[in-house]
Design a protein around this ligand. Structure first.
Ligand code: TYD
Length: 217
């Protein structure tokens, strides 16, 4: 088993339903941490490596027939993440940098969990693959499913995951709420109904607070 080395970096992930405004907030959070003098890398999961971007295309293309098996889907998200952690996240953190990730392992817990894959098995797979370095802070941008759907519909063609119905997305949202209960130290819920600038201010404050706390230890 590969053991995570301790590092002096700061790792934040941003999570939420498709349509919650996550990608905008990731960009704004990275800008605000960079303005505070940090060396910031922004990544997206799945993606941000050559392999990960190819896996992302496989996972998100709108139609696949026959359907992707739930375990194959889980394994593909995991494969992309292993590559991302080894190629980008771990080296950045080892150099004392800040990494802001648009989604990370919690998306697998919540989205593949909503398919019926048990959390303990997902966590065990992460451990087996050496993914023991969890984010220092995870911000979940919480939004009711119907509002998220309305925001998505204003965007482009839905990807394979976005094509799932409301029942699935309700399970995803419930999964995020459960996540915040299960990992209260790491996972914080933020109200994604706030106006963009206000939400950005709140996310920035939470991240800077946690960063200073980490540095003080
Ligand atoms: P995202 O990057 O948020 O896509 P977009 O370009 O639409 O903002 O997320 C991709 C989709 O993949 C999203 O529906 C969530 C899903 N997903 C999982 O099901 N499991 C995972 O482990 C990850 C990282 C994402």
């Amino acid at each position: 088993m590969v053991v995570a080395l301790s590092d002096s970096g700061f790792f934040v992930s941003v999570e939420g339903l498709d349509g919650c405004g996550k990608t905008t907030q990731v960009g704004l959070l990275a800008q605000s941490l960079a303005a505070a003098g940090k060396n910031v890398a922004v990544v997206r999961d799945p993606g941000s490596t050559a392999l990960g971007e190819r896996v992302r295309d496989l996972l998100l293309e709108p139609t696949t027939a026959p359907p992707i098996s739930h375990w194959a889907e889980t394994a593909l998200f995991l494969a992309s993440r292993v590559q991302l952690a080894e190629e980008v996240i771990r080296p950045a953190l080892a150099q004392g940098g800040v990494v802001v990730s648009d989604r990370y392992l919690d998306s697998t817990l919540v989205y593949q969990g909503a398919r019926g894959i048990p959390w303990e098995e997902i966590l065990e797979l992460h451990r087996l693959c050496g993914l023991t370095r969890l984010p220092d802070l995870t911000l979940v941008l919480d939004l009711p499913v119907e509002l998220a759907r309305a925001r998505r519909e204003a965007g482009g063609t839905p990807d394979r995951m976005e094509q799932e119905g409301s029942t699935y997305h309700e399970k995803v949202r419930a999964g995020y709420l459960k996540l915040a209960e299960r990992f209260p130290e790491r996972v914080l819920l933020v109200n994604a109904q706030l106006p963009v600038a206000e939400l950005a201010r709140e996310c920035g404050e939470l991240a800077r607070e946690r960063l200073n706390l980490e540095r003080a230890i």
